[in-house]
Design a protein around this ligand. Structure first.
Ligand code: UD1
Ligand code: CA
Length: 473
């Protein structure tokens, strides 16, 4: 369908979450519910969209400003929040340029994050082919508690009754209102003026528009959604957990279908933005979210987390490690117990071993930091060896600035060395173990920066009285 606009209702408080964060900003795999709805909308090409904001609107506005959509986005403020019908009244009252709009408007809720673009397409298509003035998206739920029930007369939709207003007989109805509609704006929006708040919640229900439209003689229909999981609304922390679980299962099934081995789905958590190449194995206890791309034949986990923007090439092993905003070339070994974060770029055949933290660093191929090191704000060449316990001291706490360390190709850093940045260790240079390096080291030189070893012959024997006292002089 072409030329339609969209409204996303996102002004509610989400009382049942008992949270300081507005409900629609609660994340699922790192992305707020509202942004997941916007992503879905991106798949059906709305002409423009309007988000109704209210509760916590400074936070919601800031989040929207930082988010890119492929359609123009504007906001309307609903204050106070007197219900979903009242929310839509604000669009009618505040957007003057919508008054003459003759097309259709798709209504979405910001708290229904699992909906797919395919289902929206299904709704739009039904609306168009049936020539409806209003089409609601309905689903059949085994446990419909909490949802508005779709009451039919014969084969036609007659009205919607909310859980709190339903009679015992109406509560038995399993056909639920998903809260997603497509409507002819010019015909249906004037009916919003007739809504009343004479109901159990004292709210202006958008759902009452259905009966009003039927009464006015408009053609009202419904599209049925096969998978009711898609329209789970998040009203409580338990709902959030359920959505997380369903979204996870959906992603794991996709990945397994693509040839990824996931040995224990019940303990593996992967966000929908993650892509993984075939013959990669994800071991139990992994939590991968964000813009993560992993190549072929990798082994990830057990117990590994990834977030932010992560790109991993083929044949890489990452074991029991934390990886954020990092790029890793092919045939690298990471971990166990490594942390890579905030702008790390590692070339191929690199080993980062246990208890090594790498932050904002570039590491060229065939370089090793196998144990117990901190490499921050650093550039390492190829074929470098970092001894156990090496620290790049990048932070000057007096001036509160970070400085750079450069370790050029072929350089070897002895164990337990501290490289005080800014400093450069030249090509093929060697730093003796235990050194504190404060000045640049030239290529091919050996730098020793520690107290010289002193030996006192026979000192132990003397202390223990096993030999003559040392001669006095
Ligand atoms: C709503 C529907 C219900 C449907 C269910 C599906 C109504 C009256 N009921 O119930 O039939 O089964 O969704 O998930 O519409 N909002 C505002 N302003 C407000 C109130 C709410 O913008 O004044 C927003 C909320 O932020 C939320 C959405 O509208 O994103 C739905 O509101 P919510 O209170 O969660 O409605 P439900 O009780 O779930
Ligand atoms: Ca809801």
């Amino acid at each position: 369908m072409k030329g339609f606009r969209a409204v996303i209702m996102a002004a509610g408080k989400g009382t049942r979450l008992k949270s300081e964060l507005p409900k629609v900003l609660h994340p699922l795999f790192g992305k707020p519910l509202l942004m997941r709805v916007l992503d879905t909308l991106s798949g059906v090409q709305a002409e423009e969209a309007c988000v109704i904001i209210g509760h916590g609107r400074e936070q919601v506005t800031a989040a929207l400003a930082a988010y890119e959509t492929n359609f123009p986005l504007r906001t309307v403020v609903q204050e106070p929040q007197l219900g979903t019908g009242h929310a839509l009244q604000q669009v009618r009252q505040q957007l003057e340029d919508w008054a003459g709009f003759m097309g259709n408007v798709l209504i979405l809720s910001g708290d229904v994050p699992l909906l797919t673009a395919k289902s929206l397409e299904h709704l739009l298509q039904a609306h168009q082919t049936e020539g409806n003035d209003l089409t609601l998206l309905a689903a059949t739920m085994q446990n419909p508690f909490g949802y508005g029930r779709v009451i039919t007369e014969g084969r036609s939709v007659a009205r919607i009754v909310e859980q709190k207003d339903a009679t015992e007989a109406e509560k038995q109805v399993q056909l639920i209102n998903t809260g997603i509609y497509c409507l002819n704006w010019a015909k249906i929006s004037p009916l919003l003026d007739q809504l009343s708040n004479n109901n159990a919640q004292g709210e202006f229900y958008l759902t009452d528009v259905i009966a009003l439209a039927v009464k006015a003689g408009y053609q009202v229909g419904s599209a049925h959604l096969d998978d009711p999981d898609e329209v789970l609304g998040v009203n409580s922390r338990a709902d959030l957990a359920l959505c997380h679980d369903i979204l996870n299962r959906r992603t794991l099934n996709r990945l397994m279908g693509d040839g990824v081995t996931i040995l224990h789905p019940a303990s593996t958590f992967i966000g929908p933005e993650v892509s993984i190449g075939p013959d990669t194995t994800v071991l139990p206890g992994c939590y991968l979210q964000g813009e993560v791309t992993i190549g072929k034949r990798c082994t990830i986990g057990p117990h590994t987390t990834m977030s932010g923007s992560v790109f991993i090439e083929d044949d890489v092993k990452v074991m029991q490690s934390s990886v954020r905003d990092t790029r890793i070339g092919s045939v690298c070994n990471i971990g166990p117990f490594a942390q890579l974060r905030d702008g790390v770029d590692i070339n191929h055949h690199v080993n980062i071993g246990n208890f090594v933290e790498v932050k904002k660093a570039r590491i060229d191929h065939h370089t090793n930091a196998a144990h117990l090191a901190y490499l921050g704000d650093a550039t390492l060449g190829t074929d470098v060896n970092i001894g156990a316990g090496t620290i790049t001291a990048n932070y000057d706490p007096i001036r509160d600035i970070k400085e750079q360390t450069v370790i050029e190709d072929g350089a070897k850093i002895g164990s337990n060395s501290v490289l005080i940045a800014p400093v450069t260790v030249g090509q093929n240079a060697s730093v003796a173990a235990g050194s504190v390096i404060t000045k640049n080291v030239k290529p091919w030189d050996l730098a020793i920066a520690r107290g010289r070893q002193v030996e006192i012959p026979g000192w132990v024997k003397r202390v223990k009285g096993l030999s003559e006292p040392a001669p006095q002089n």
